[in-house]
Design a binder for this molecule. Structure first.
Ligand SMILES: Cc1ncc(COP(=O)(O)O)c(C=O)c1O
Length: 361
């Protein structure tokens, strides 16, 4: 079933190699290893994401370099990525300015190397890949796409996740399709795929069953989960269409609401992962969430930026104000209930409750 799922995935999304693994995080981690990211290296990524997209860089003892986002798409801003990458290439003080506070000034003698660029397709909308790919090719560094939220997303007609040197998809139950837990590492590079296949299975190579070439992991996807993934993939168009129709119900009921900013992902090629709106900055978002919770309507503050999470603050000295666009999005964003079986009445109930809660705060 694992092989059948991988083959079906490659055929559907147009990639040479698909390697099924136990989570989206595992897929991203294998991509970071395949890219050769290691001690002290730098990886440019976004602070406005799920924490795993930066954690995988730390797993390899490298340093995530956060770059603020575009306020409209909420994805990493390619112009700032270029600024950061060029500053890192120049080295010295220019490069140090992009390092986390606790690593500036650096006492390292050897300059730090930019080892990869890791954009995230936030909420199912593709990051602007063309300028990132052009920059990466000029600097000769790989792009690793975090497509964990972007199953079915396209960027200029190509499947998100298949455009960079490697991509990672996730199949946690909140995703467009699920395997319970699971993920897929994709690449057109046979060498990278071979590394990923070996590392997901304790570093074994080919048929030498108990002889490991590398320090590997148990990142295998089990047969039952693969069977579920295979069946879900066969229904993916129906699943995506159902999500789009629930999003359309929300859009109809919230249209023109002057205190609600519609989802950043309502854009060509996007695939609906979550329904996140941004509330007017003068509204107390957390109080709105509490009022909705009192009515039995669960919502999430999605995302709290990565650099402000306790581990990152303590380890790297990050503070508020360092990535203002990501922070503003993090303060205003609210993920409304979203799944394929929401009815029109439920969506109306949620939108009316949201409107009432905003009036009361
Ligand atoms: C952007 C992003 N990256 C990585 C992950 C990690 O995926 P998983 O939970 O399958 O490990 C997730 C999701 O959960 C995600 O949303």
């Amino acid at each position: 079933m694992v092989r059948a799922f991988e083959t079906a995935w490659s055929a559907r999304f147009g990639c040479r190699q698909a390697v099924a693994v136990s989570s989206g995080t595992a897929a991203l981690h294998l991509a970071v290893i395949a890219a050769g990211v290691s001690d002290g290296d730098l990886v440019i990524t976004t602070p406005f994401s799920f924490v795993a997209s930066a954690n995988v860089v730390l797993y390899e003892r490298a340093v995530p370099i956060f770059v603020d986002i575009d306020p409209e798409s909420l994805a990493i801003d390619p112009r700032r990525v270029e600024e950061a990458a060029d500053a890192i290439a120049r080295g010295g003080r220019d490069a140090a300015a992009w390092l986390p506070p606790s690593l500036r000034p650096s006492r390292r003698r050897t300059p730090r190397r930019l080892a990869a660029v890791l954009p995230v397709h936030v909420f199912g909308r593709a990051a602007d890949l063309d300028p990132l790919m052009a920059l990466a090719s000029r600097l000769d560094v790989p792009v690793i796409e975090d497509a964990c939220e972007a199953i079915g997303t396209t960027y200029r007609g190509r499947a998100a996740g298949t455009i960079g040197r490697a991509g990672a998809f996730g199949f946690y139950p909140n995703k467009q399709m699920t395997t319970g837990e699971g993920g897929m590492f994709v690449t057109d590079d046979d060498g990278w795929a071979a590394v990923a296949r070996s590392l997901r299975n304790q570093g074994r190579e080919g048929h030498r069953w108990l002889d490991c070439d590398r320090l590997g992991y148990n990142y295998r996807l089990d047969e039952l989960s693969a069977a579920l993934g295979h069946a879900q993939l066969a229904r993916i168009d129906e699943l995506l269409a159902r999500r789009a129709s629930v999003a359309a119900m929300y859009a109809e009921r919230l249209a023109g609401h002057e205190r609600v900013r519609m989802p950043s992902i309502d854009a060509p090629g996007a695939s609906w992962f979550v329904y996140v709106v941004r509330l007017d900055p003068c509204i107390d978002r957390d109080q709105v969430m509490r009022r909705l919770a009192d009515l039995g309507i669960p919502t999430r503050a999605y995302f709290p930026p990565i650099h402000l999470q306790t581990h990152y603050r303590q380890r790297f000295g990050y503070r508020e104000g360092m990535f203002p666009i990501a922070e503003a999005a993090g303060r205003q964003a609210i993920a409304l209930p979203f799944h394929n079986h929401l009815t029109g009445d439920q969506v109306s109930f949620i939108c009316e409750a949201l409107d009432a809660a905003m009036r009361e705060t």
